[in-house]
Design a protein around this ligand. Structure first.
Ligand code: PLP
Length: 388
């Protein structure tokens, strides 16, 4: 069996550890070497071993791209220096006059990238509730070429039916891109549900240790892959070899980390639901969550992100995020340590006053993989200390 055939039969965890990662033929090193060289010797002009200059191609990046593509079940993987750089490359595949449908509760950075950067270059866009297919049809125009899906969304944790959107878009000749950052390929495989491309902020769960910023695009669509790969080199938003190495190291434990994130999130949700200061818990694992059935169908489990609103409004939200000790007050998400934040004033401040502004009473948790009881106790003491 060749390497590719072999990989097709491998389970997720095996691919995370081995896909694209043969022992180094030169030394037998089990961990693929970190290739820091910016340039590669040529035997004669144009005669080389596949690498010329590190922006155009780098062995450590190739290894990462092969591994992450295998995890998404994709034919092609293209790595970037950040999630937004990966998103930017996808939006640049559009032409002036093209129209994009964006989730009405899109990640603030995605919204800003479209509304304040690509808008200037003639990309037309509409925010729409992707959970409501009638609204999607109503917002569709003859120029709609892309539907941008986020599921679960950041920070509202709403769920979009990827298969239903893909079916609609395919009939109308538009591409569906899914931001799979919150779910990860372990919990959700958008390409198998009909999406054309997947995008990641690998800064989050893929890296998993809050020590690398990165982005990634996976696709089966060869034309799209060629275009994105061209843009990767032409624009130059490439990850450093060391950052590629860190993400590769991170994904080896993705499955075990995600199982633990999901387990801890469930315990945190129960604690929040039982507390008098909490108005509403947003978590797709709850049967009363409006997207619960779709999430149960398209995800393996419900993830490690939990949002909640406080009866005491914004002041109570600001109080809670100041009072936790184990949950560190910080932006970002998806790493081993638990984080807490106030999206309206932190991660989503850039969309304040817009159609995607976040409820100021909302707190977002990235539930880490610490001891479950310690996380529960920390949240409980912060909520108990509220005066409201
Ligand atoms: C869902 C989602 N997509 C994309 C991004 C952007 O990724 P990066 O910060 O790596 O540019 C983020 C960052 O928070 C995110 O949460």
């Amino acid at each position: 069996m060749g390497e590719v055939d072999e990989q097709e039969g491998w389970g997720f965890e095996t691919r995370a550890i081995h896909a694209g990662q043969e022992a180094d033929p030169a030394t037998g090193a089990v961990v693929p070497p970190l290739s820091l060289s910016t340039t590669f010797a040529q035997e004669a002009v144009g005669v080389h071993k596949g690498y010329e200059y590190s922006r155009s191609g780098n062995p450590t990046r190739t290894t990462l791209e092969a591994c992450l593509a295998a995890l998404e079940g994709a034919g092609n993987g293209i790595a970037f220096s950040s999630g937004l750089a990966a998103e930017d490359a996808l939006f640049r595949t559009l032409s002036p006059g093209d129209h994009v449908l964006l989730p009405h509760d899109a990640y603030g950075g995605t919204f800003r990238l479209v509304a304040r950067v690509h808008d200037r270059f003639g990309i037309d866009w509409s925010p729409v509730d992707l959970g409501d297919l009638d609204s999607v049809e109503a917002a569709w125009t003859d120029a709609t070429r892309m539907v941008w899906v986020e599921t679960p969304t950041n920070p509202a944790l709403s769920i979009v039916d990827i298969g239903a959107i893909a079916k609609l878009a395919r009939k109308r000749n538009a591409r569906v891109v899914v931001d799979n950052t919150f779910a990860t390929p372990y919990l959700q495989q958008p390409l198998t549900l009909g999406a054309h491309a997947v995008v990641h902020s690998s800064t989050k769960y893929l890296g998993g240790h809050s020590d690398v910023v990165g982005g990634f695009v996976a696709t089966h669509d060869a034309e799209l892959a060629d275009d994105v790969r061209f843009l990767q080199n032409a624009i130059g938003a490439v990850p450093s070899p060391f950052d590629c190495y860190l993400v590769l190291r991170g994904v080896k434990t993705l499955a075990v980390r995600m199982d633990r994130h999901c387990h801890n999130a469930r315990a945190v949700v129960e604690t929040l639901r039982a507390h008098d200061a909490v108005a509403n818990v947003l978590y797709p694992g709850l049967p009363e969550h409006p997207g619960h059935e779709i999430a149960a169908r398209q995800m393996r489990d419900f993830g490690g992100m939990v949002s909640f609103t406080l009866l005491g409004g914004e002041n109570a939200a600001l109080d809670v995020v100041a009072k936790t000790r184990l949950f560190t007050l910080a932006e970002s998400l998806g790493a081993v340590e638990s984080l807490i934040e106030h999206p309206a004033r932190m991660t989503h401040a850039s969309v304040a006053g817009s159609s995607v502004a976040v409820d100021p009473a909302l707190v977002r948790l990235s539930v880490g993989i610490e001891t479950t009881g310690d996380l529960v106790a920390d949240l409980r003491q912060a909520l108990d200390a509220l005066v409201w």
